[in-house]
Design a protein. Sequence first.
Length: 149
Amino acid sequence: MGVKIVDNTAFLVISKASFNVPEGIRRGLHDVGPELKREVKRLIKSTPKTGRIYNIGGKRHQASAPGEAPANLSGDLVRSLSFNVSSATRLIIGERRKIAPYAAYLEEGSPQGRIKPRPHLRPAVISKAREIEQAIQRGISRELGKVHR
């Protein structure tokens, strides 16, 4: 971006703004985190499953097939969902392993290939890419608005 400096005013605004941009990104990521959690939950609880049907405790359960989001059985996976904005450039969404130690195998599959992937985190992020972008833009705009105050 070209900047013509007349009286150092433009330089000062850009300098102040550069400190606000990372904070705006961080705020945008924090704002979109709950939406990502909702999308992961929706994929697990609401999307149709086409895997094996079997009875557990007298109840009929339809499992997910490889490539589908996991089927909700106990609710532990959904309850384990969390997100954390660890920096201005990193939002971490995933499951707390204490609650759902099998979560990583569902997303990526097991190392031995016994469990085939049932992705739910990556598809949620991909489906919400536009919302993520918009949240970051709003966060940056709010923070840049503070520069002019």
